[in-house]
Design a protein around this ligand. Structure first.
Ligand code: F6P
Length: 363
């Protein structure tokens, strides 16, 4: 089946990830190849409610952006249009569903279909808008790699590389001082980033949300590192969503009352120091992992995803997301992609590799 398309829009929602600009460029170029006009919406859906928040993106507008980090359209992980905060006269905040306004704002601009680039939150919004009649397709983005129905999200491989590079650098200073270095990495409630960067960066201990840890097992592994040769040191990689057996993940309150994972690295370091007496330091990699240029793998994946998303629109495959099913990029229903958090399977090869290498996973 095909539909008459003249004009499409693209937006980027949620936390940024390396590769967003490459997807945007591919959407523009592939759209133009089909004779369509492509428009960019600023700040996720926010631009739809601004005078100048939607602009034409042509070949020239996306020239030289493939390798750039961030997003030329801007993004936000606040202000969900389906739960839009409205401050009442008495100062209280209530929430309204602006989905009809979103759909109308697109129709008023003559936009026939939308490419929504995002993680689980943004794609859940896209899914709801699809159910309300919007012609939308999704592109899976997140450094966390926690979206179901795709083997990989773009941005993940670059973040693994950034984290691995940081772990390498921290190795030499840990070794010089014979310290225990605890590195906290992102990933929300999935351990992909910690596991992959930890194994690649030859960590001694890797703690992930999928395996609640026993601090005694961690202590034993660290002590063993000081008993092989003279100048012992240890490298511990902790996912921000990791937590002890019988415990809970750590949350931090941020500006505006928003709550985010964080703080487990400090806690693990304090416990290690108390139990072993070893000098211990903590490093939270934080948003460093989201910044910078996408690596070649992510650039290619992003370009493939962007071009494939345009083809989904051409083929009227709305309500779908492009997904990597190696070696192919194919379409999966958005509902399937957001149905669950994709965590690391305990029987996966990288978990087995870590165990074979003697890495302590906290159990
Ligand atoms: O989902 C990507 C991610 O970077 C997570 O790994 C992290 O927990 C979260 O976003 C941080 O979000 P914020 O940009 O609000 O600090």
């Amino acid at each position: 089946m095909s539909v008459q398309i003249r004009r499409i829009a693209v937006n980027t929602g949620g936390g940024d990830a390396p590769g967003l600009n490459a997807v945007i460029r591919a959407v523009v170029l592939a759209g133009e190849e089909l004779g369509w006009e492509v428009y960019g919406i600023e700040g996720s859906y926010d631009g739809l409610f601004l005078e100048d928040g939607v602009s034409r993106l042509d070949r020239m507008a996306v020239r030289g952006i493939t390798h750039l980090g961030g997003t030329i359209l801007g993004t936000t992980n606040r202000g969900n249009p389906l739960r839009w905060p409205v401050t009442q006269s008495d100062g209280t905040v209530s929430y309204e569903d602006r989905s009809d306004q979103v759909i109308r704002a697109l129709a008023d601009r003559g936009i026939d279909a939308l490419v929504a680039i995002g993680g689980d939150g943004s794609l859940a919004i896209a899914h709801e808008l699809f159910q309300k009649g919007l012609k939308v397709v999704g592109v899976p983005k997140t450094i966390d790699n926690d979206l179901a129905a795709t083997n990989l999200t773009f941005g993940f491989q670059t973040a693994v590389e950034t984290a691995t590079d940081a772990i390498d650098r921290l190795h030499s200073t840990a070794q010089a001082h014979q310290r225990v270095m605890v590195v906290e990495v992102m990933g929300r409630n999935a351990g992909w980033l910690a596991l992959f960067s930890g194994v690649a960066g030859t960590a001694d201990v890797i703690l992930i949300p999928e395996i609640p840890y026993d601090i005694e097992a961690v202590r034993e592994k660290i002590e063993s590192r000081y008993h092989i040769g003279r100048r012992g040191f240890a490298m511990v990689v902790v996912a921000e969503g990791a937590y002890p057996k019988g415990g809970q993940p750590h949350f931090k309150r941020r500006d505006g009352g928003q709550v985010r994972l964080g703080g487990i690295g400090e806690e693990v370091a304090a416990e290690i120091n108390q139990l072993t007496g070893r000098e211990t330091r903590t490093m939270v990699l934080g948003h460093l992992q989201r910044g910078g240029s996408p690596n070649a793998y992510d650039r290619l994946l992003s370009l493939r995803f962007g071009a494939a998303a345009v083809n989904l629109i051409r083929d009227a495959c709305f309500g779908c997301m492009v997904a990597l099913d190696p070696p192919d990029v194919l379409a999966v229903p958005l509902g399937q992609a957001i149905s669950r958090v994709k965590t690391v399977p305990l029987e996966s090869d990288v978990i087995h590799t870590a165990r074979s290498l003697g890495i302590c996973l906290g159990d």
